[in-house]
Design a protein around this ligand. Structure first.
Ligand SMILES: C[S@@+](CC[C@H](N)C(=O)[O-])C[C@H]1O[C@@H](n2cnc3c(N)ncnc32)[C@H](O)[C@@H]1O
Length: 341
């Protein structure tokens, strides 16, 4: 029988356990012995190599020339998750990240029901290649953005095929459903924390990523926002809770969607604010058969290799404890817009 105290046996067990640990617990384990220190260092290196932990078609590495943080810790989801009902099993609290075993790329298809509601079975029955065309019932003639690269500011809208449609994963009317297919990296900034950058040049109107996280009720979103504001004001947290409001032509809010990517999210949680509107165009995507819309980002214009990806978080309301904005744009308000809950 193998001696469980030999370095080989320790390394084997470490590879099962260490990827589940938070950075603080990983550091504690590393201080126990030499073998664990080496195993923990390897986990850190692998975490820094892919923020998306093989859950996207391409890896998204961290890059830090500012301080010694190798990566940001959070749980990854490629698509938004409905928050479990009170009493039901809660959202995951740990997820293996940085193990030596090669995880087979997770298929981005079929996606689970995005909003936790049973999918209504409406959809199109187009012939192959006809989805998105004039006869496709998934296309909304009223939608204001066929041109998702419009630079007019505001939020665009788009309709895509979904669960109830006869088409499959390669359908041309599912541009936002195949994960992050452009090369990105997460770069450390001196004053803004992490930021998301393009590693390749992007053309205008290209799909970049969805803003994925936990769908929250408004009550829960308000509760979390209060806590996040407190922690952010003392520099202990970079919150990533976004509130989307859709308005009726009358101007009255008719739909509010809260997505929190702070604890569970995807690469979009690293997108910083820019007072000039940034280079990303937010688009609400409705998928046939799903009740909740998804927030997706398209490039608002041509984007250069290496450029930081940003969008406007909203209008800055000057609050005494509002965070300082470091977007660097010529029209910078000086204060980061904060969510009015
Ligand atoms: C959605 S997160 C963006 C990623 C974040 N920088 C990080 O390190 O995880 C939003 C937070 O990023 C920071 N941030 C975003 N845009 C900023 C800006 N223009 N100036 C200063 N800080 C910014 C603020 O701390 C804000 O609460």
């Amino acid at each position: 029988m193998r001696n469980p105290a030999t370095p080989g046996a320790i390394a084997e067990s470490a590879d099962l356990v260490l990827p589940l640990l938070s950075p603080r617990d990983l550091a504690a384990a590393a201080s126990a012995c030499r073998s664990l220190r080496a195993a923990a260092a390897a986990v850190t290196t692998r975490r820094a190599a892919d923020a998306a932990r093989s859950l996207e078609p391409l890896p998204v590495p961290f890059h830090n020339r500012v301080d010694s943080k190798p990566y940001a810790y959070f749980l990854y989801t490629p698509y938004s998750l409905a928050r479990p009902a009170p009493g039901a099993s809660s959202s995951p609290s740990a997820q293996p990240w940085g193990g030596a075993w090669a995880r087979p790329p997770v298929p981005t298809w079929p996606r689970p029901s995005l909003d936790g509601f049973p999918s209504t079975v409406c959809g199109c029955a187009c012939e192959a290649g006809e989805c998105g065309g004039p006869r496709c019932t998934c296309v909304d003639a009223e939608a204001d953005v066929a041109d998702t690269g419009s630079e007019g500011g505001g939020m665009g809208s788009l309709r895509e095929c979904g669960d109830g449609c006869a088409c499959g994963p390669s359908c041309g009317n599912r541009r936002t459903q195949r994960g992050v297919a452009v090369r990105l990296r997460v770069v450390r900034h001196l004053h803004k924390g992490w930021g998301l950058h393009a590693v390749e040049a992007l053309g205008r109107g290209q799909f970049v990523c969805e803003y994925a996280g936990e769908f929250l009720t408004t009550e829960e979103a308000r509760k979390r926002q209060r806590l996040y504001d407190e922690l952010a004001s003392v520099g202990k947290l970079s919150p990533a809770l976004i509130v989307i409001r859709e308005h009726l032509p009358s101007g009255k809010a008719c739909l509010r969607v809260n997505i929190d990517a702070t604890k569970v999210g995807n690469v979009a949680r690293f997108i910083n604010h820019s007072c000039d509107g940034g280079n990303l165009h937010p688009v609400l995507v409705r998928t046939s058969g799903s009740l909740l819309p998804r927030l997706c980002f398209f490039s608002a214009g041509d984007i250069m290799e290496g450029e930081e990806l940003t969008f406007s978080y909203g209008d800055a309301r000057v609050r005494p404890n509002g965070l300082h904005c470091f977007c660097g744009s010529s029209g910078c308000c000086g204060v980061l817009p904060s969510e009015e809950t």
